[in-house]
Design a protein around this ligand. Sequence first.
Ligand code: BGC
Length: 736
Amino acid sequence: MLNETEIQQLLERMTVDEKIGQLVQLTGSFFDNDENVITGPIGKIGIEKQKIKYTGSILNTLGAEKITNIQRNYLKQDRLGIPLIFMADIINGFKTIFPIPLALGCSFDPKLVKSTAQVAAQEAAVSGVHVTFSPMVDMVRDARWGRVMESFGEDTYLNNLFSQAMVEGYQGRNDRNLNIVSCVKHFAAYGAAIAGRDYNSVELSERALRQDYLPAYKAAVDAGCGLVMTSFNTIDGVPATANDYLLDQILRQEWGFDGVVISDYAAIKELIAHGVAKNEKEATRLSLNAGCDIDMMTSSYSNSLHQLLGEGTINESQLDKSVLRVLELKNKLGLFDNPYRNASQELEKELILCDEFRKIARDAVTKTCVLLKNDNILPLNKHSQFALVGPYAQNNNISGMWSFNVDKSQVVTVEEGIKQYVDNFKTVKGSPLIDDLHFLESLGAHGSQAEILNENAKDLLNEALQTVEDVDTVIVAIGEHPHQSGEGGSRGQLTLPQSQLELLRKLKMKRKKVITLLFSGRPLELSEVVQNSDAIIQCWFPGVEGGNGIADLLFGYANPSAKLAMTFPHSVGQCPIYYNHLNTGRPAIESSHSTRFTSRYIDIQNEPEFCFGYGLSYSQFKYSKVELDKKVMTKNETITASIKIENTSDRDGVETVQLYIRDLVGTVARPVKELKGVQKVYLQSKETKEVEFKITNDMLKFVQKDFSYDSEDGEFLVFIGGSSSIDNDIVFELIK
Ligand code: BGC
């Protein structure tokens, strides 16, 4: 490692072009000719050719051999021997692909989530990656937004836990001491895009921003993440990438972040489209001034910084600050000692997709699939006769939009998973995966997608109806196409394709017992699915061990314990919908006004299809009333809230016990409920356990009228139960 003086000396030896280069990130395709995953306009980058050689970091190039070669060739020509840094989107795993983040959120289990990040770190590190653009901790409330699949859901408390867990998992020690640096994103509030349309503007009150959206980014910063990525959106009219209030005042000054800030893909140049910069030169000035160190994938910094320095609009010490941060990151990673770091083809072979990692992935599937309905049909007896139907039955494309590195041949399909337990069943497709052929064509339908275009929904349905003639039970694996969620995957409708719904209807008409396995990157409208299914498992996109984990659940080798991290709307018209809303002056239920003049819709219900925190188990749990050890506390004291929980069933299981608090009267209106604690409790059949939560003053704090962060005296309700819709509550008082 270099010491501070050595880094300073290195900086002093650098030319302006060399310095600027450190602030530019390009894909590896500028250095070799292989294809890379790109989400923005690569062809239009327009970077001056002679400047490419100064580039300081590389985006989304993977693999020990490739990265080692690029690094070696780069260092041969770099005058000062400053190594490249390789950054990539390792979102839900590297090659051992885990369930998508929204699914991981449903585990309500930070330890599990941390272990997935540890696995990803090890695989990525040996493949030569230094930094991952994860976690994404954008809080989300609108299922129309495609990127809800990348988030941990709608709750700030859970987001904080997972944010910290992911950063610790990537960066912390693990058995093999193979880690990578974490870049939290997208700063800030990208998840609040108006109407759920990707890249759309964000309008939030300062209070909502600070209370609900910022804490999870801060949790990552407090956990020591090395980088922060800006978001694409404007907030209060100012794009995040040029937002000095966010990047300087909040991030650097209030939170003391001293790492690197990187723009999102092409976000600097996009300041022109936002209408806050006339040209790239202005975009560069605004971003650098705001505190954005690295320009990802545009020519703005590369082509304009020199000129701005010449004009004196930006001074060299400003440039130096950003360059220094990048050099420090490289130093912290040990790249000056060993520019190849952990890249190793032998370790790639040994570790990637090894049994140990796959086991963690399989366990994660069982802990993230949410049992939404079960009319005494699951777990399924291995000896029962059933058929497997649906476009996800034999589909290995179940890792979600961001898993561009997945080896699909390594993915266990639902059919393969079931076959380890039973093999005398038939499988047919039953319906196309997607009815909207135009959508597929717009993706450039090729390969297996082209086959879909030739499918005839009626033929598939008829074949399925014949296949199920002799069985009572049908497992139906359906859902949205993986490309219908993720970046650029906003939807205005949250329905399943009509042909899939028709399949369910027809099976029900034939009086079959229907077990629906639902694959999606977001909450969908499910009322018809609920009507026509006897059981539903929300499988999300479960990754490489998907089929195995799902089969474990189907046959009762694992017992579901996951809970929804995001509300499922009854109808898309309710979006954004979330459990911790304010009460309004005319709440639909308790209001004294006539029904019409309350806060409700006249054509759809207020209640969601499934609320936040909801999820069934094969066990049944009975909660006692909540009890408190005392009814009054001062700010220095704590109160212990407890319940007894009994597993009344014949099956051992884990219940996710949730603590919610409501501040009944505040100087600003407070949510009807807020999650403040979670415990996963294992209960053997017929066992009873007492579960305790300590209520502290910190849990009662909120962003006050004057923007201080404190609690207020008064009465609070405490709820403990198995979902956010519980009314098992008791009151206590906070006094001075
Ligand atoms: C996404 C980021 C991602 C980046 C680099 C952007 O389009 O918004 O989340 O990290 O691309 O691939």
